[in-house]
Design a protein around this ligand. Sequence first.
Ligand code: MN
Length: 266
Amino acid sequence: MLPAERPREPSKDKPKGEALAVAADPALVEELVAANRILFRQGVVDGFGHVSVRDGRDAARFLLARSMAPALVTAADVMTFDLDGEPVPPTANAVYAERFIHSEIYRARADVRAVVHSHSPAVIPFGVVSSTPLRAIYHMGGFLGRSVPIFEIRSAAGPASDMLIRDRTLGAALARVLAAGPVVLMRGHGSTAVGGDLRQAVYRAVYTEVNARLQMEAMRLGPVVYLSDDEAANAAATNARQVDRAWELWKMTACGAGPVSGGEAL
Ligand code: MN
């Protein structure tokens, strides 16, 4: 017989979430749902693009929705993937073809805990004109620094790919060009932003798009005075402490008050 005072296992008391994700923190799932809707409302994703977050309980796994438009994602659509980009457990659900963007960046970057991939429009020109780098034009884009690297898929997939990151090899090639940075442009395709948490990755994705739009407008007026390296680094450090301020506004705008998973889809 067991001693009468033996405590019950705490895991037995854990409320069971409705998400497909195995053993995922319901609060993290909720945050990921909010991120999906915010990115749509802020014009970063449309019917395409996706956002993931590393599983706080298992660094070798991450959470990502099944293949669908981000604005329509609910907690029930969130799945768990391993670092090979395979769903855990295996599923009949359709999964994003480009999930290897996420899995290979998580594999390469222990510091990265969230990834946003998008085709946000203002960024596209900077991915196809390599002589004009995307760089920090104002303090909100300070994290961009002096230049953002461009991934050339022809270097990894040859001259006739469909431009998508369809396997681990291409994901790893993209992660190598991202290197230790916050953002990588993808020529003729889009961009990918990473962060130390979900809110930072979303912040970077939003302000990569805004900075690109403003940079294009400024360049039409004349020679641009960009942030210096020191200004960019200092602005990035300051803004990294202010991400919650933007997040709360964006979440309210995209999701309304209260928990997002029970709210109405956009
Ligand atoms: Mn894509």
